[in-house]
Design a protein around this ligand. Structure first.
Ligand SMILES: *Cc1c(COP(=O)(O)O)cnc(C)c1O
Length: 379
């Protein structure tokens, strides 16, 4: 294989380019109708009434923390095996991220350990669908209801994953999807919160745009045609119509993207499932479907991961580690005194994990090469 194969990459074709080009001829390139249209597409896909799009998945998570009323002194329970943004969102509103170790079977938060981490200050649980595996929300819901907690699901990896017949996005109080280029669909940068609570919806929209409203029913003053009020402190976290035009065009391809990812995963499973020195990703139970944002391999403890990584790279196969546990990031160690050994399952997983190339544009021939290279390691 002459070309280098990355672990992930966006898929953009002529239709996408045409959709973006059309917008550039219009007057409204932001704050226009494409945003509502894109939000409606995402909400419908998730079988939920509301979606609010943001300029990134991270700002969307920040918005969700705000909408849930989380603030100074509160605690948010999450997993250390995630991108830093999940925990950082709690920090943005003044709350403390409290980590709970991962379940060795599916690499998502260990639900059995959640209750032990709950204190009177806990306000929310933010589980992550690691790699696209749909975390068991009904179990988390029981705990959340018992302790009066909000569930903010970080589904950045799981657009299109199915949990017991329901779309991921349909069950948590708020669910975030990211549209960064490595994710299932892209808007360049972008993210969304889907929810079914009208008050969350109102707060999310307000937060996205400076806390400003023009809604005559909400105004304290007289509704002159030019009048608006800033009633709470928000940000400019708006997405543009240019991005949403790309998002709509990408939504048209989402089913195709998902089937291609699942096909590639099935082919990996068939070939790599035979190798004794690694573990392929877990398959969700009957009635559920993985979304395969990533294809994370877990290597045996006696495999030198750096050596394997370099070997893959020399053979033009890109790979990536997901993730260095968040509690061990210098910022978290310094400010919260987290240390090595706090979450042994996540730490052990980190030491032995490597994600293989998986994206809609990966050709069968390229994948066969990746498989051949992996099979040839050490042999
Ligand atoms: C990508 C990602 C995010 C953040 O999304 P951005 O759109 O890049 O801000 C948050 N959480 C997880 C798990 C992610 O993979």
């Amino acid at each position: 294989m002459k070309n280098f194969i990355p672990y992930g990459r966006q898929f953009i074709d002529e239709d996408d380019i045409k959709a973006v080009k059309e917008i550039l001829h219009l007057v409204l390139i932001t704050q226009g109708p494409r945003i509502d249209e894109f939000e409606a597409r995402v909400a419908d896909f998730c079988q939920m009434p509301y979606a609010v799009a943001f300029n990134s998945g991270t700002s969307a998570l920040h918005g969700a923390m705000y909408a849930a009323g989380i603030g100074e002194g509160d605690e948010v329970i999450t997993t250390p095996l995630t991108f830093v943004a999940t925990a950082n969102a709690a920090l943005y509103v003044g709350a403390k991220p409290v980590f709970v170790d991962i379940d060795r079977d599916n690499y998502c938060i260990d639900i059995e350990q959640i209750e032990a981490a709950i204190t009177p200050r806990t306000k929310a649980i933010a589980p992550v669908d690691y790699a696209g595996y749909p975390v068991n929300i009904s179990r988390i819901r029981e705990i959340a209801d018992k302790h009066n907690l909000v569930i903010i699901e970080d589904a950045a990896h799981a657009l299109g994953a199915i949990r017991q017949g329901k779309m991921v996005g349909a069950e948590a109080d708020m669910t975030m999807f990211s549209f960064h280029p490595v994710k299932h669909i892209t808007t360049g940068e972008g993210g969304v919160i889907v929810c079914n609570n009208p008050e969350y919806y109102r707060r999310l929209k307000s937060f996205r745009s400076h806390g400003i409203t023009k809604d005559t029913e909400l105004l304290e003053g007289y509704p002159y045609p030019w009048y608006y009020e800033m009633q709470e402190l928000g940000y400019n976290f708006r997405i543009t119509d240019i991005q949403c035009a790309l998002g709509i065009s990408q939504m048209n391809k989402l089913e195709g993207f998902l089937s291609k990812r699942r096909l590639l995963a099935a082919r990996y499973e068939q070939a790599l499932g035979k190798l004794k020195w690694l573990r392929i990703p877990p398959t969700p139970s009957e009635g559920s479907l993985h979304a395969y944002h990533l294809y994370p391999l877990l290597l045996d403890a006696d495999i030198n991961r750096l050596d394997f990584y370099n070997y893959l790279k020399e053979n033009n196969v890109g790979s990536q580690v997901h993730y260095f546990p968040v509690h061990l990031q210098p910022y978290y160690r310094k400010n919260f005194a987290y240390k090595v050994g706090d979450f042994p399952n996540a730490e052990d997983f980190y030491e032995r994990q490597l994600s293989m190339p998986l994206f809609p544009g990966l050709t069968m021939e390229e994948q066969e090469w990746v498989i051949k290279v992996i099979e040839g390691y050490g042999g």
